[in-house]
Design a protein. Structure first.
Length: 248
């Protein structure tokens, strides 16, 4: 049998000029996620709760509003120091220690009741607001937040950590690092257990803080000048959480 006869005759076919792409499987569209309401933003203001009764020391934190210059400058500090000196002692209220930071103030105060604490802090903050607005050449405008944060100091160890936190707060924030001198933007140079040291030069002007009257303040003991207040755990977490809300 001839090979040509073995070939099967085929009819001519026309080739496709444009070949169609194969069909793809339809994409599975997932159902839209369930709608969730957005999380409410934490308020930066101190909640309006009833302040506890007190008859002794307390830790007070005051935050300035956004958009105003910082407080930790030499000229602004002199304005604040004059206000501390004028308002350091009133009927049933005494300003014992303070620390000036860039955007907040820390105080250790003594009050005979929560009413005396409110009246003493009101007079102090009004004096600061008027003086600092005059220094900033502002006629009107808020300086501080709605309310101040206050914690009653009840235990001896709590008092010692409070003093350490306030006096060395500049070291905690990295604003002061000299080992032989207290933070110049605090009342450390007038602190009783530090002013007796020879290397600390106390200013000749009158002290902007009052003498303590409570028994625990008189026997608090010596504090380390270079210790960073990192072990402040009993009640400072609430303060740090409140201050962090202003940075969001």
């Amino acid at each position: 049998m001839n090979r040509s006869a073995q070939r099967v005759s085929r009819s001519p076919e026309q080739l496709e000029l444009f070949r169609r792409a194969p069909r793809r499987a339809a994409a599975v569209v997932s159902a839209p996620p369930a709608w969730r309401p957005p999380r409410p933003r934490r308020s930066s203001r101190v909640p309006h709760v009833t302040r506890p009764e007190l008859n002794g020391p307390a830790h007070v934190v005051v935050r300035i509003v956004r958009g105003v210059p910082g407080l930790r400058t030499p000229r602004a500090y002199r304005v604040l120091e004059r206000c501390f000196r004028r308002s350091k002692e009133k009927d049933g209220f005494r300003l014992l220690e303070f620390s000036v930071q860039q955007d907040h103030l820390d105080f250790v105060v003594e009050a005979e009741s929560k009413r005396q604490l409110a009246r003493g802090m009101q007079g102090l903050l009004i004096c600061i607001a008027k003086s600092i607005n005059r220094f900033w050449h502002r006629k009107l405008g808020r300086v501080f937040d709605d309310r101040y944060f206050a914690v009653v100091v009840k235990k001896f160890t709590q008092l010692r950590r409070t003093l350490l936190y306030v006096l060395n707060n500049g070291r905690k924030h990295g604003a002061w690092s000299k080992r032989d001198e207290p933070d110049p933007y605090s009342s450390g140079r007038w602190f009783f257990w530090w002013r007796q040291r020879d290397e600390i030069r106390r200013p000749l002007r009158s002290a902007p803080v009052a003498k303590p009257q409570s028994l625990p303040m008189a026997y608090v003991g010596s504090l380390d000048l270079t210790e960073t207040p990192g072990s402040y755990r009993q009640f400072t977490d609430e303060i740090l959480e409140w201050l962090a809300t202003r940075e969001e």
